[in-house]
Structures are given as structure tokens and as C-alpha cells.
Design a protein around this ligand. Sequence first.
Ligand code: IPM
Ligand code: MG
Length: 334
Amino acid sequence: MGHTVTLIPGDSIGPEVAEAAKKVIAAAGVDIVWEEVVAGQTAVASGGVAIPPEVIASVEKNKVALKGKFSTPVGEGYESPNVVLRKELGLYAAVRPIKSQPGFPSRYEDVDLVIVREATEDVYSGIEHQVVAGVTQSIKITTKVACDRVVRLAFEYAKAHGRKKVTLVHKANIMKKSDGLFLRCGKEIAGDYPDIAFEALIADNMCMQLVKDPSRYEVVVAQNLFGDLISDLGAGVVGGISNVWGTMVGDRDIHVFECIHGIAPELVGKGVANPLPLLRAAIAMLRHLKEDAAADRIEAAVVAAAEAGDVTADLGGTSTTDEFVAALVSRLRG
Ligand code: IPM
Ligand code: MG
């Protein structure tokens, strides 16, 4: 049976890598009708808003979306399209697996943890003021409702996936009220899951521990900003952006699969962008659509292409985007 999926290619190299992902999925024999929508800088440039209403409507209807990269203005300009999308669709958590991937040697070989990142508040609420010239404030919002639901989601994820421990990341020694609330919610909800161990680590210590021995962690739950930081730290310990992806989720059965790092504007139009970060998200999407056989075959093709060196320059190869895709497609058809 075919699937209808919203495709949000996004900005920069997004459209190039989205084309690549479509070709690979088609070669794996999965029948997907892509409902392609324009969002991000591309939508703003044509006189609209970053997340036009038809984008929201399409994702609400299809329940599943694949999302490329958005360029987010730094220090000025419109609100991050990612943040708008999360708020509008009630996607309050980003689930980001950090897993060692065969074919991509890195410093560690046995990492298999999942970051559950709160995605609606914290300093991402975007409430900032200039009090007087030279004095600014960024306000960190933390609510019990948001803490409870994201911690519960982390425990439910652990339960559903046979994980035995949830680690909560905070800085309650400094932010006694906001992070103190998050920590209290964590301790309280942990009581409902007696079979799953609970520990809390202070964020800076967590960064060190993750670098020293990432294999100690299973499910890690964090508020928005620390979750963002440890997502990239986690990507680093499993070999970089080609080995990680994320799913934005909430309570409305909507899943937005995304590549979570970098927009590489310097590569636009050169045909050399690495499609793997988006392809990882696409593979996770196929599993969600119960197309596990196709997902397995694409993963095997990725491993084989990586081992043969048929990859883009950032992965140590010399392939263009098209050549990388061709290397995957020939293995999928062969
Ligand atoms: C991420 C990204 C985004 C974030 C940016 C692009 C706004 O870094 O998804 O991790 O900070 O949430
Ligand atoms: Mg990030």
C-alpha cells in the first residue's frame, strides 16, 4: 500500500538532498506519494511566512513528514522555522538516537542512546528584551506541564524499547527554580516506572561523561537548550552528522523526521552535498511506516557504499551527490 508523506525540503542544500532521498527510497521499492511544500527562507523570499498554513495543514493531514534543513537567521530576522513548526504542530519532544553505525568507524563502537529533548520552551520561547542599551535579558520558560509530558515520554520510550535507565540533564544548582522544577518532575514521574532506573546529572558533568563513556547511557531527557547541545555532542561521539537523525513528536500522532545538523550553504548548487543525514531520517521514517525490509536494505546499501568509499568528500570519498545516490541505487537494484 502506498503512503502519502509531506516533504519539506527546506533551504540551502535541502532540495538537493531531498531529491536524493526520494530516489533512494524509490529504488528500494517503497511507494510514496510525496506532498512537497515550501517553507523556510524560500517561503519568506517569495513574500510569505516561514511556515505557511498549507505546510501545517499538509502535515496535520498526512501525519508523517520528512524535513530537510532550514536556514535560521542569526541574531536578527524571522523566528526559527523549526521552532514555529514545533509549536504549531504540538511537537513537544525531539527524539534523537545516538547510535554507532556500521561502516562509519568513530572513537566509540558501542554507543546506543536516545536523547529526548523538550522542544517548546526554555530559552527557545524567544522572549528577549533589551532593558537599556548594553543590558539584555533572555527569559527561560519552564512549565510543569511541559516538564511532565517530556519526562513521561522519555519513560514511555524506555518502556516501549526495553531500555533500563533514564538520565535527566539539568543545571538546578544554578537555575534553582526552572531546572529545579524539571528535576522535581523527573523524580516524581520516575516513581511511576519502578522497573526503570532514574538518575540526574548536572549538564556540564553530563557533557564530560558522554565524551568519556557514552555507552553508559540509554535514554537521556533534557530541556530544550541542553538537549540541543548534547544532540550535537552525541553526533560527535558517533562519527558526525551522517549518523544521526531526529523525530519530532507530540500527542497528536504526528511524526516529523528530520536531519538535525548543518545547512552547508557553501555547497548549494555544486552537486556535492552529502545526502546521508536526510537519508538517515528517511530510513527512520520508513520504519515508522512499517517498511522495515526496505529500511534494512537501504541501511545495508549505505554500509556497502561506505566500505567501498563511494561517499561524498566530507566522508572521505570523492563522490558527488548523484554518484553517491547511484552507488546506493545500484546496490538496491543489484
Ligand atoms: C536542532 C537545530 C535547531 C535548534 C536550530 C536550527 C534552530 O540546531 O534542531 O538541533 O536549535 O533547535
Ligand atoms: Mg541543534
